[in-house]
Design a protein around this ligand. Sequence first.
Ligand SMILES: [Zn+2]
Length: 554
Amino acid sequence: MRNAIRRNRFTLSIIAGVVSCLTTTSTVIGQGGGPLPYRPGIDVTDYAITLDLPERGTSIAGRAVLTVRRWGAVDTLALDLVALKVDSVLVDEKPVTFARTDSLVRIPIGHVVGDSFSVTVRYAGEPKDGLIIRTDSSGRWTAFGDNWPNRARNWIPSIDHPSDKATVTWTVRAPSVRRVVANGELMEETPLAGPPGSIPRTLTRWRESRPISPYLMVIAAAPLVYYDLGRDGCGVGEFSSCVRQSVYVFPESRDFLPGPFSHAAEMVRLFSELIAPFPYEKLAHLESSTRYGGMENAGAIFYADAPFRRRTMQPGVIAHETAHQWFGDAVTEREWSHVWLSEGFATYFEALWVERFAGDSAFRDEMRRIREEIFKAPEVASRPVIDTLQTDLMALLNTNSYQKGGWTLHMLRSLVGDSAFFRGLRSYYLANRHSTALTDDLRRAVEASSGRPLGWFFDQWLRRPGFAEVTTSWRYEASQRRVIATVAQGGRFGAYRFPLTVSITDAAGKERRATIDVPAAANTTIVVPVQLDAAPRGVAFDPDVRVLAAFQAR
Ligand SMILES: [Zn+2]
């Protein structure tokens, strides 16, 4: 998602509201040193969720049928569900006696024979969060799911953790004036028979046939109008050769369209070409009540409504959320501390869209701007990108996960070259698509594609705080007709190892380049391997903006 206020030529997204909900989770450390699975021995493979939405008020009624697989000795299933009243629980369609706390439903499963069974939970009440129900100043009732990071549990009985992905079917009964949109493919829209004089109601069913994490499982129910992005919305899809794209907005936003969405097709085409076919049944973009600037729900991206109303929405946020469909949604970080695998990728792929459609110098400007943000962020100086000690999940939405994560990909690309970089990303994606991954999965994929050990690179940029602080100088050695460069690294974050491009403007005004390997040392003197005829006019370091270093010339 995007939740920062960013202003530049390509992107502008406005925070939807003050982020006030601080969520904490505790991490249990296993004997092997890594965190234990969130619910060991249990895997939900499918959710079939039926919701009845009211004409007014915030009370909903739900029935969730979970298909559960058990792979360990577990005799109680603990489902996350906050506050709502549970009326009944069935296991394999037989009633069981369950226990309720404010945040869990504890269900006995010790008697179940076999390793697969169904659990049906009937529940009702007013969700405190997760499903945002509002009535606007014109009296319009709206509901939008907004689950990141673990707010699905406010309205969906679930194993509410990104590691447990499942397919989902949504069946929603609501007044017919509202349009219901959700993940996946539209299966059914049927008017319901009601008593004479009653408000007409419609049943809408959507089916997501790819497993997704609960934080991405959403519905929208609001008086939205549909805008088809048409044949231009065709790219390359996993389901068909054509990705159907559309926008759903409130009627007063209709004349803003297609606006920034006129770039939606080229974004899907670019990311499909760089990585793999688009992973979901369709891609809808919605004006919504999300608290974020944009939220990458699988196949149904929800955006803040203010940039629609003000007509200020820019394509950058669309590129970011669209990139998440591959990274974050289809390949999901298994542990929250690896959230850079989602946000760092979305940040960098937004920049790759700039590179493709605005050119190299715009891309360099974008990477320079992002680098400046990294230098200024206190969390970059104090904590690593993979921050296993941070238990406040909202605090992980920071410059480390986004900007420094994105910059790490940028440096990985420079280190191994475009071909090995994108081959590595593709094999990482294809090996973990519709599943989950950790940073080592990415490391191994790029090690295989480049044939180089990269443990030092990932440790250096992701497992320790800070960035390189480099003081450069050079002199021309007339006897050898070469430039001698010296690189001194600051003590604040220690020394880093990186390739450094040196651009020499020779006496004739011609640019000559060489890339030297700078070791992780306090002081390095390197002969730049460029043969000159005379003293150069000038020497520049890192002309392509490829090192996460604050450079100073001595
Ligand atoms: Zn994001």
